[in-house]
Design a protein around this ligand. Structure first.
Ligand SMILES: [Fe+2]
Length: 289
């Protein structure tokens, strides 16, 4: 038997996790994970009190999670890890629309809505009605019929439906399908900037670092079509004060949309809206899978 020391422990642990597996990926991931984790502990000379505080922090993060609250995604987002995974897997320079983080508030299974359908299942006085239109195309610009757009956003009170016990189920969520010309249309309200939840360990972490918890206003999109990579993205509101300091580092220049006031009564009538309302035109490009 041998003694494990600061000098030999990392190498021994890497060997224990990689010598009996045939998977090259597992060998690579475990080797790197253990080397970096041990490197971090050695680099900062972690104290026992700090190590235990970290265990308590991760325990609290897990306990804060339920079917509507995902504190681990929020932790990953606020540490920039989600954006790093996204950036590595979807590098810049492709022909399709740029991606960004999923965030902690996506709920699968939103109601399927018709062309031009209205996702407002409640009307708050502060909300600006908003018509969103555009196309979904392939990387060559050819319109894709039958593509699905799953959308979700905050209400004018800066809360997602899953954070707000007064909100009707599926408020400001819906799934839309493009028509034969690849077009979609939906009615919603203009998104507002909001604070990520700060009543859990992630909020404590942001406060300890002196970081604000706000995200610039955005509309979430999950766009999918047969034979194409699913696109997870946002459209941000041009001019938002938090575009330069997003709490989760998820902003991209190409994803900023121009929400414009519209006085066209005829256009509004088509979608059951009275003037003035806000419009956003935004096209999406999907990469072949
Ligand atoms: Fe969001």
């Amino acid at each position: 038997m041998k003694d494990f020391t600061v000098e030999n422990l990392t190498e021994e642990v890497v060997k224990a996790y990689t010598s009996k597996t045939d998977s090259p990926r597992m060998k690579q991931v475990f080797s790197s994970l253990i080397t970096h984790l041990h490197g971090f502990v050695k680099d900062v000379e972690l104290t026992e009190a700090e190590w235990f505080a970290a265990i308590q922090f991760l325990t609290a993060t897990g306990k804060k999670c339920d079917d509507k609250r995902q504190e681990f995604i929020l932790l990953s987002d606020t540490l920039g890890a989600s954006m790093l995974v996204d950036s590595i897997n979807h590098p810049k320079g492709g022909a399709g629309t740029e991606s960004t983080v999923l965030g902690p508030f996506y709920v699968p299974g939103a109601p399927e809505m018709p062309f031009g359908g209205d996702v407002r299942r409640r009307h708050l006085d502060a909300a600006n009605p908003c018509l969103v239109t555009g196309k979904v195309c392939d990387a060559e610009g050819k319109p894709l019929a039958g593509a699905t757009l799953d959308i979700w956003q905050t209400a004018a009170n800066a809360l997602y439906d899953v954070q707000d016990s007064d909100a009707p189920e599926w408020n400001l969520r819906g799934q839309f399908t493009t028509n034969e010309r690849g077009e979609y249309a939906l009615v919603t309200e203009q998104p507002v900037s909001y604070s990520v939840p700060t009543d859990g360990p992630v909020g404590d972490m942001l406060a300890a670092a002196g970081r604000h918890a706000f995200r610039p206003a955005h509309l979430h999109f999950l766009v999918s079509a047969d034979g194409h990579e699913t696109l997870t993205t946002h459209v941000f509101v041009k001019g938002d004060e938090y575009l330069d300091s997003d709490a989760v580092f998820a902003t991209k220049e190409t994803l900023v949309g121009d929400f414009k006031v519209c006085d066209d009564a005829e256009r509004g009538k088509q979608f059951g809206l009275t003037v003035p309302f806000v419009t956003l035109a935004f096209d999406f490009g999907l990469m072949a899978s």
